[in-house]
Ligand binder design. Structure first.
Ligand SMILES: NC(=O)c1ccc[n+]([C@@H]2O[C@H](COP(=O)([O-])OP(=O)(O)OC[C@H]3O[C@@H](n4cnc5c(N)ncnc54)[C@H](O)[C@@H]3O)[C@@H](O)[C@H]2O)c1
Length: 378
């Protein structure tokens, strides 16, 4: 069938599985556009990738991501490997004319992100970064309401992301603790939040940040290995618009699984989203009758609201997976236009913002995002 787009997925771990699931579910939830068919998956562990391929219903598997890039019958390379590997895979895929979907963060360093952006721009292929949380109905409605001026001019933005992924000191060393492969907690969790911040409030001008690594050594076989990334970081943010922001990201917060919050305060109101109530948005309308002073709980599952199309009747709940399924549905609908969004331009920009935070934490000073350079010197 001509509307079938053949996908090679690099990485069979948590994101490889979720992306595969989303390619399958998207046509059932939101038909329209092309249909993506995962046809081959790669991973470094022969047995594990073979098992994953079987479980995910993918016919072919390989230990080499290069195979996905080399095969002429693959249209899209979907990158679900550790961040430090993204740029090389994306550049190779673009060089053979494949469209590229890449998990966040686009890269660990801004020069690598810039090189990936340069590669897709030169080859003219479609490119997208996996900022899936834009596709959660409540987050999307929040952005829509900010853009519509429902809270007036944005003055304050606040984002926190708390996880307990690193809280246990006995968790062995893996790629997430290696800076060149996993990047920082700022890049891992902060990239989602800063994407949402810039999407809602506009560009970040400068930042000041502080980072801490509480567990400095991790078991590595019989020995231990030094942890190279932060367990937690915090930052103050100045937006170009004059708005102020505060960010906290942590993978060392016990009993906090993936709790992220966003609050935006404008001249005429407040919007609050909390991931532990992911179908709700809280709205304090500064123009309400004063007798109604307070915050209104909006249920964001109604077909009148963004990113709800095709999901369950209001009250049944729309979940984490919906953000990925909606992301795939958008890529399917945008296929014929030859452009995907958000693209590597956004991905590279967010790596730049996160790199400014990392530099600030290392140097103990305010850092302008413009100071972070990636383009090769001419
Ligand atoms: N959008 C989200 O909500 C979200 C959530 C979790 C992870 N992620 C991102 O997805 C990516 C993958 O994370 P994950 O949780 O699926 O990881 P994972 O550890 O579950 O899976 C990693 C996969 O990459 C492969 N791999 C490991 N090291 C490699 C290397 N050096 N070269 C090539 N392949 C390698 C492994 O074989 C495995 O298939 C990361 O960029 C991460 O930040 C995004």
């Amino acid at each position: 069938m001509s509307d079938v787009v053949r996908v090679g997925i690099a990485g069979y771990g948590s994101m490889g599985r979720l992306h595969c699931y989303s390619y399958r579910a998207a046509p059932m939830i939101r038909p329209g556009g092309v249909r993506f068919e995962p046809v081959i998956i790669s991973g470094r562990d022969r047995r594990a990738v073979a098992e994953a391929a079987h479980r995910y219903g993918i016919e072919e598997w390989t230990e080499r991501w290069e195979t996905l890039v080399e095969r002429p019958d693959i249209d899209v390379v979907d990158i679900c490997t550790p961040p430090g590997t993204h740029a090389a895979i994306a550049i190779a895929a673009a060089s053979t004319g494949k469209s590229v979907m890449c998990e966040k963060p686009l890269a660990v360093t801004y020069p690598d992100a810039w090189a990936a952006l340069d590669a897709v721009a030169r080859s003219g292929v479609r490119h997208a970064v996996g900022f899936n949380y834009r596709h959660l109905p409540a987050v999307s409605l929040l952005a829509e309401m900010v853009a519509a001026g429902d809270i007036g001019e944005v003055r304050l933005w606040r984002g926190t992301w708390l996880s307990d992924e690193f809280a246990d000191p006995t968790i062995p060393f893996d790629w997430r603790f290696e800076a060149s492969l996993g990047g920082s907690t700022i890049a891992d969790l902060g990239s989602h939040l800063m994407d949402l911040a810039e999407w809602m409030v506009g560009p970040v001008a400068d930042v000041v940040a502080t980072s801490a690594t509480f567990v400095t050594e991790r078991p590595d076989g019989e020995a231990t290995r030094a942890v190279e990334v932060d367990d937690a970081s915090a930052a103050l943010v100045r937006f170009s618009s004059g708005a102020q922001g505060v960010l906290q990201v942590a993978r060392a917060a016990p009993r906090r699984p993936c709790d992220f919050t966003i609050e935006v305060n404008g001249t005429a109101g407040t919007l609050v989203f909390s991931y532990d109530r992911l179908n709700e948005l809280w709205f304090g309308d500064g123009n309400d009758d004063r007798r109604l002073y307070g915050m209104r709980r909006i249920r964001v599952e109604d077909p009148s609201q963004p990113e709800t199309a095709g999901w369950w009747p209001i009250g049944q709940g729309i979940g984490y997976d919906a953000s990925f399924v909606n992301q795939v549905a958008a890529l399917a609908e945008e296929w014929d236009s030859g452009r995907w969004s958000p693209g590597f331009d956004v991905g590279a920009r967010i790596v730049r913002v996160c790199s400014a935070m990392e530099r600030s934490a290392a140097e103990g000073r305010w850092v302008s995002v413009d100071e972070v350079l990636g383009e090769p010197a001419t």
